[in-house]
Design a protein around this ligand. Sequence first.
Ligand SMILES: [Zn+2]
Ligand SMILES: [Zn+2]
Length: 136
Amino acid sequence: MRRDDLAKDDQSSYWKSMPQPKAVTLSQDPKGIVIEWEDGHKGTYPFPYLRKACPCALCKGERTPFDQVGGIGGRVVSPADSSEPSGLASGERNTAKDMFKVGRYALGFKWGDGHDAGIFTWDYLRQMCPCAECAS
Ligand SMILES: [Zn+2]
Ligand SMILES: [Zn+2]
């Protein structure tokens, strides 16, 4: 192997400071997503866990009445729904109906109640990896 080839292999070094996923797939049990990282690490993220960790201003600032924010993403969610923190009984709202990429640095979800304001950067997702290895 020539030196040139080695250099080519290394062209992704720009992104090395930030974790990048190799594949994102859906998981059925538990319902959620599985992220396989470029370094071979794999983590399963149940939807309720992701919803709870939603980094958007609305979810972070629990005391903000929803009507002050004015329907993020054009969706109107009843205040009763959005003010219930645990929501374990109503599993639907904590289940992602849709998943979308945000640029090349983040992932977004559309939840059962229409909420879709949270942007999960790869960095954030990697940090919150719930697997036993990362939790220890
Ligand atoms: Zn949110
Ligand atoms: Zn992990």
